[in-house]
Design a protein around this ligand. Sequence first.
Ligand code: PEP
Ligand code: MN
Length: 355
Amino acid sequence: MELALQPLNISGIEDKRPIVISGPCSAETEEQVMSTARNLAAEGIKIFRAGIWKPRTKPGGFEGIGEKGLAWMQEVKQETGMLTTTEVATAKHVELALKAGIDILWIGARTTANPFAVQEVADSLRGVDIPVFVKNPVNPDLELWIGAMERLNAAGIKRIAAIHRGFTAYEKVIYRNLPMWHIPIELMRRIPDLPIFCDPSHMGGRRELVAPLSQQAMDLGFYGLMIESHCEPDKAWSDAKQQITPDVLSFILDKLIIRNTSEATESLRALRKQIDALDDKIIEVLSKRMRISREIAEYKKEHNMAVVQPGRYDEIISKRGAQGILCGMSSDFMRSVFESIHEESVRQQIELINK
Ligand code: PEP
Ligand code: MN
C-alpha cells in the first residue's frame, strides 16, 4: 500500500532542519513542566513533548501522571505558544489528548509493535486532522513500522512522520537501543516524502550520546530531532540518565553541523571509505587464495591428478553456505560467491596445467 501523505504543515514552524521537539520524558509536576517549558521556549524550541501515560517495562514504577498533566500541557501552550505533543496508546488517550488540544500525537515504540493497539488508535482518529508521529517498533522490523503508518493513513491521517529511536538489544552495548541506521535509510528509500525524526535520547540512553547521535542523524539527512530535556535531569522520575537541561540542549543544537542533504555527507563518506578499504582486503585475500590454488595445480600436475575433485568442491560449497547463514548472509549468496571463486580457481589451474 502506498502512503498518501501531506506535508506536516505544523503551523508556525519554518521548514528548516532540524525541526526540534523537546521536553521531559514524563510530565511529573506542574512546576517541572512549566519550568522546563519556559526554559525551552527561551532557547527557541517550538514543540514541547511530555509523556502523560508511560509504558514501563515493569509494573510498580511511575506510570505517568495521567489526565491531570494535560492541563499543564494546555498551560504550556497558552503561556509559551509552543505546540504540544504526547504519546497515545489507546482510544481513551486519543480522546483525552484531543479534548485537551494537544497539537501532535505520537505512537510509542512498544505500541507500534502491536497492530491491535495501532488499529485502535487509528480507528479513534477517523475524521480528525492531526499530525501523528510513529516511533519505530522495539524490534527491528521495517514492515511493522510501515504497517503502523499504513493503518493510520487508511484511517484518514495524512500528516505522518516517523521517529527513529533504535531497536532493543539483548546484549549490553553502549546504546540503550541499537541505531541500525540501515533500517531508517531503507525507510527513506521506500517512502521518500516521509519526514523522519531521530530520538537520540532513547537510542543512546545516556546524556553523552545525545550530541553525537544527533549529528549522525543530521548527516544522514534526518528531518528533525526529538530530544528529552528536564529542568533538573538527575531528579527525573523516568529516564533520568538520558535527559539534559534546556541549556545543554541549546548548546548541542548550536554545535550541530547541518549539511545539504543532497550532497554525500561526512558520515556517508566515512562509511564508503570503510567499504573501499574492505573491498581492497577482499581482493588481496582472493589473490592470495588464487596463488595457493596455483600451487595446488603444480602439485596435481606433478602427481597426474584431475583438476576438479568433486568431493572437495561440495565440501567448500556446503560448509561456506552454512557459515554464511550464521553470519547473516543467505546461503544462495554464499553459494554464488564460492561458485565464482571456485570457477576462477579452476580456470587458473587449467591454464597452469596446460602450460
Ligand atoms: C518516550 O518517548 O518517552 C518513550 C517512552 O519512548 P519509546 O516509545 O521510544 O520507548
Ligand atoms: Mn523517555
